[in-house]
Design a protein around this ligand. Sequence first.
Ligand code: TYD
Length: 206
Amino acid sequence: MFIAFEGGDGAGKSTQVRLLADALRARGREVLVTRQPGGTELGAAIRDLVLHGDHVSPRAEALLFAADKAHHVDLVIRPALAAGQVVVTDRYTDSSVAYQGAGRDLGADEVHDLQMWAVDSLVPDLTVVVDVSPEEGRRRRGEVHDRLEAEADAFHASIREHYLAMARGNPQRYLVLDGTRPPDELHAQVLERVEALGIEAPAVDP
Ligand code: TYD
């Protein structure tokens, strides 16, 4: 099973990733937690370039995020899924569709196609969108911003709209959470949805 968490900067995804991983492990599942960009040595280098470097042209930015995912899926995610682990990732292809496609105006369809090519069409079983307004996200992030976080609220507003539109278009595969609710409440909603996907502990050999 493959679960992705998505949302704007400062939405509280990472807390939900951790709570879900703990809950699944308590049920006896092996869980791999990972994040994008990053999660491999090459990914960490790409992350540095794209988040902390100087200006990166928008198409180069899209390609760098795609390269990170291609490598990550090949080296980390597919092997873990093949070994029967549950993979929980903090961001995945929808981040690029929203940030580069909608935020940077490169075209959501084109960026979606690029991302699908990069990951060889590996799609999560469930994508959880943790939704907060750009203002709330900015408030939670505080004073330190990476290259993307430093963008104006209008950039973050179009990202948010695009996440919500993707979720509306495919309610089977998405769960949208109100990120202003308490973390425990959100976690309960995630768990309920994951359980509905059939996440019972693997059978133990007698
Ligand atoms: P990160 O520090 O992981 O942010 P967060 O804790 O909010 O997840 O930084 C990832 C940043 O990179 C975030 O601003 C979103 C952006 N991003 C893209 O623009 N495209 C992508 O494909 C991915 C994976 C992330």
